[in-house]
Design a protein around this ligand. Structure first.
Ligand code: CS2
Length: 489
């Protein structure tokens, strides 16, 4: 079967939305580092809307910093892919044309740096995950002993890391008398802008202090809050879409209708008219980040571990279980007391909308997908709220069960005895902590010793240890569903 391409657009079914702008006239104004499904279903759609509004400066050159997979999906398709928006029985198809090609960093780092240093590029967006920032989680300092960071410091002309590419490209821009681009981190992390800025400045200082000073004064690294549920594409999704389109699209992404992007109003140069594109600009992103991470993502992670342990494969199936639904509400009751909601965010309405989003049966969002990389997710999703509640003398029954469910998942066995992969950068470390430790309180204690996950102050708080141990015991004795029911009482 032919692949999706410019030539194939004319023959697509009439109900597939294709933007009408002239792709041949689009300029590359954005370079995106880490071109996964989330970027394609979120930021790229906003840039596609900017192009469709007639401002042709915002084409996106994608870059993979690791493997050529996405390049091989998109380049043979002229950069085109379909966004499949699903809600219950509704399906809406749109071909996104903002992509101007994909480069693979490790194959030709010099070409990627040159593309980022082009005068028409004004924005560099990133989704490189927590690990991609190369910062020590405990200190926030650049990981100087990371071999890729060391290689970048030795030869910044051919970088390997995300901060390395930003430094190399900003260095080339400074040498050419250009302004810096704005660096917009779109990773689902608190203070994402500050993190990338810290890594970039630390690296630049080691390479050229004058460059670091220029970045410090001229550069812009806004914080952002990003939100859209984008489950991994499956081979069935690709086959189903091919039957609908009459051509094969290996780069498709599927998502829910909801999408939100809040960006700190801090830019170094040109940008699209974000406000008219539905993007919120603000001077205070943190209240948005906290609300999203602690309500949406906190519940997502807790339900992912509880659901996966008890054999619920998808999020919508898990939240259909009355005990899990009640538990999510109890978790939100706890988490919401730690929030300072931004103007315009109505928490009860937000909670109701979230439950609706989790219940979207057409997304088939796997609990095991969300369970991945838990060591990197727990701190901002569950632990920060738990620490704040304890400091205020409040209980943490529901939050503690979420933490205990993550701990229980680290054993790599579900309640029915199925052996599962613990897909996490710290998996070897957690396995080592648990080796030969049999009784429940000792297993909890062993995991609380992981300082990359649990801040020592929280791990050393006996109220926290007791609450998590009780929840862990309840999970082991009663199973996830009954433990959730009790935690919601
Ligand atoms: C999910 C997120 O996989 C996960 O960890 O919780 O990807 C979630 O779907 C998004 O943050 C929603 O914006």
């Amino acid at each position: 079967m032919n692949r999706l391409s410019n030539a194939a657009l004319k023959a697509l079914p009439a109900d597939v939305v294709v933007s009408g702008y002239d792709r041949a006239r689009v300029k590359t104004g954005v370079v995106h580092l880490g071109i996964g499904a989330f970027h394609r279903a979120h930021q790229a759609v906003v840039f596609d809307d900017a192009l469709a509004s007639g401002d042709l400066r915002w084409g996106v050159l994608g870059a993979s910093l690791r493997s050529p997979g996405v390049r091989d999906q998109l380049n043979p398709q002229d950069g085109l892919y379909t966004l499949v928006v699903r809600d219950g029985s509704d399906e809406h198809l749109r071909v996104v044309g903002a992509g101007c090609g994909v480069l693979v960093g490790p194959e030709d780092p010099v070409a990627l740096v040159a593309a980022m240093a082009h005068p028409e590029v004004h924005i560099v967006t990133l989704t490189v995950t927590e690990k991609g920032y190369r910062l020590d989680p405990a200190t926030g300092h650049l990981l100087a002993d990371d071999p890729d960071v060391a290689a970048d410091l030795a030869d910044i002309a051919a970088p390997r890391t995300a901060p390395g590419f930003v430094v190399a490209a900003l260095r080339a821009r400074k040498a050419r008398g250009l302004k810096p681009f704005t660096v917009i981190s779109c990773d689902n992390l608190p203070h994402n802008g500050r993190r990338i800025r810290a890594g970039v400045l630390a690296m630049a200082r080691r390479i050229d202090p004058a460059l670091a000073r220029w970045i410090e004064t001229e550069g812009a690294f806004p914080q952002t809050m990003v939100d859209r549920i984008v489950p991994a594409t499956t081979p069935d999704d690709i086959a189903g879409l091919a039957a609908r389109l009459g051509v094969e699209d290996r780069g498709m992404v599927k998502a829910e209708p909801f999408s939100q992007w809040v960006i700190e109003d801090w830019f170094a140069g040109e940008r699209p008219d974000f406000l008219s594109l539905g993007v919120q600009l603000t001077h205070a992103v943190e209240p948005w980040e906290d609300a999203k991470l602690r309500l949406l993502n906190g519940a997502h992670s807790a339900i992912a571990y509880l659901g996966a342990l008890s054999g619920h494969e998808h999020v919508h199936e898990a939240v259909a279980v009355p005990a899990f639904r009640a538990y999510v509400e109890a978790l939100w009751d706890e988490a919401q007391t730690t929030l300072n909601p931004p103007p315009g965010l109505d928490i009860p309405a937000y909670r109701q909308a979230l439950m609706g989003r989790f219940s979207n049966a057409a997304l088939m969002h796997r609990t095991r997908q969300i369970a991945m990389d838990g060591s990197q997710k727990l701190p901002q999703r569950l632990l920060a709220a738990a620490a704040e509640r304890l400091a205020a003398g409040q209980g943490i029954k529901a939050l503690a069960l979420g933490v205990a469910a993550w701990m229980r998942w680290q054993s790599g066995v579900t309640e029915s005895g199925e052996v599962v992969l613990v897909d996490d950068p710290l998996a070897a470390k957690t396995a080592q902590q648990l080796a030969g430790v049999d009784d429940d309180p000792s297993r909890v204690l062993a995991l609380l010793g992981l300082s990359a996950v649990f801040p020592p102050r929280l791990a050393g708080d006996s109220r926290f240890a007791v609450a998590v141990t009780d929840a862990y015991r309840s999970l082991r004795r009663n199973g996830a569903v009954e433990a959730a029911r009790r935690a919601a009482e």
